[in-house]
Write a protein that binds this ligand. Structure first.
Ligand code: FES
Ligand code: FE
Length: 430
């Protein structure tokens, strides 16, 4: 069936000039662009759903969003992780309203249709009221056709024929492993999931995590002062740090200082960490690079901070709002007190009231606040830092640039533009 909105499609070539490093602010404000993103960026892409540690036995479930579509992620009776559109096939209410839990069936609280862990419609109150032609087999939950996992991170896509997840990550996986592959047992989730709303388009957060180390010294100056070791000036710690930025082909990006003496910012976790073992496992380039302190985005809206163990998703909630969901993950082998130290460190820095997180959210709201103006829309934004400086550096996989650069931002928007100007499968067959 062809949604009515398909009639309205815009060519975004004029909004994104990645070769010149220019961006039109309409990408943050325009309603038509936003609806097009839902069907051409979010529907075909791999989207982060949850961490495998949230599912231990059949019936464990977690509810989240893919773009603006509510979904249930659950472990079925064969212990397979599956995901379904969280919308009853009867009148469309959500069949699961809890954030997470364990269940045998998802029962809609409107009229009582009930669905099993495999998505099948198994119970219909007043069944005799329906005609003989009513076939419950036709009215199961809509399943997300592809769900794949990369080192504990579960992704799903509505794309019926996607490039496999690992392939779509490409070299990005090498950078992700700096957080995900410290030990054989992988990672686990500690504490709950923080959720908060921000005024700002989802791309403002996603692109910043892909590309922007440049803001750190200015935006986070006061936070850096607070966290500086006694007797040390924070700027000695941060400014002019040499580093690299990974410029992913599929819109992924990561930035990190390169420093021979790697350290986590939290002393407790730092002391516990066996860097020799990590060097053995991950190699010097990764331990001295992505593991030092960095930021990254897996296109389109999954980001993480390896040192904090913060993984987060920027859920789009209209052109000018996003909802942030953030988990803390740690190495599975971490003892309890170190896990707790990591959780608190992440909370202090990048929790919803964390000293860094608040600065970032403030900036995104600020940019969004100017983006809707008519005159503001007549002048482009500048993404020219490091223009032409992308190259292979021989130490880090893929294309990289200097740490202070907009290169991964340009590649983020280049990939976005490609998707936005390419009809998705549902349009081709509509
Ligand atoms: Fe779910 Fe009617 S909307 S049973
Ligand atoms: Fe920041």
């Amino acid at each position: 069936r062809r949604p009515a909105e398909l009639a309205r499609t815009v060519d975004v070539s004029g909004l994104v000039d990645t070769e010149g490093g220019l961006l039109d602010r309409a990408v943050f404000t325009d309603e038509t662009v936003y609806r097009q993103e839902m069907r051409r960026v979010f529907a075909p892409s791999w989207l982060f759903l949850a961490h495998t540690d949230q599912f231990h036995r059949p019936g464990d479930f977690f509810t989240t969003w893919m773009g603006e579509d509510p979904v249930i992620v659950t472990m079925d009776r064969n212990r397979r992780i599956r995901a379904y559109l969280n919308s009853c096939r009867h009148r469309g209410a959500r069949v699961c309203r809890a954030d997470f839990g364990t269940t045998r069936n998802f029962t809609c609280t409107y009229h009582g249709w009930s669905f099993n862990l495999e998505g099948g419609l198994v119970s219909v109150p007043n069944r005799e009221g329906y005609p003989d032609s009513f076939d419950t087999g036709q009215w199961g939950l809509v399943e997300v056709p592809h769900v794949e996992t990369y080192r504990g991170l579960i992704f799903g896509t509505w794309n019926p024929a996607p490039v496999p997840l690992r392939e779509s990550l490409g070299d990005m996986a090498w950078y992700m492993d700096a957080m995900l592959d410290h030990d054989e047992k992988g990672t686990v989730v500690v504490g709950g999931i923080h959720k908060w709303m921000l005024e700002g388009n989802w791309k403002l957060a996603a692109e910043q995590f892909a590309t922007d180390w440049y803001h750190v010294n200015m935006s986070h100056a006061s936070a850096l002062m607070v966290l500086a070791p006694a007797g040390k000036k924070p700027k000695q710690e941060i400014v002019h740090r040499a580093g690299r930025q990974y410029v992913g082909a599929n819109g992924h990006g990561a930035g990190f200082p390169v420093h021979p003496k790697n350290r986590f910012d939290d002393g407790t976790v730092h002391e516990w960490t066996d860097y020799d073992a990590l060097r053995e496992r991950l190699g010097d380039a990764r331990v001295e690079g992505p593991l030092t302190n960095g930021h990254a985005t897996v296109f389109p809206n999954f980001s993480y901070l390896p040192v904090n163990g913060s993984i987060r998703i920027w859920h789009p909630k209209g052109p000018d709002r996003m909802e942030v969901w953030a988990w803390t993950i740690v190495d599975a082998s971490m003892p309890e007190e170190i896990r707790e130290a990591q959780r608190l460190y992440n909370l202090r820095t990048f929790g919803p009231s964390g000293v860094f997180e608040q600065d970032d959210g403030e900036n995104w709201s600020e940019v969004q606040g100017t983006a809707g103006g008519f005159m503001a829309n007549r002048v482009a934004l500048n993404y020219q830092m490091g223009l032409g400086g992308e190259r292979e550096d021989g130490r880090h996989p893929g294309t990289t640039s200097e740490l202070y650069s907009d290169a991964a931002g340009r590649s983020f928007y280049a990939h976005w533009r490609t998707l936005m100007n390419t009809p998705a499968w549902h349009e081709e067959h509509a």
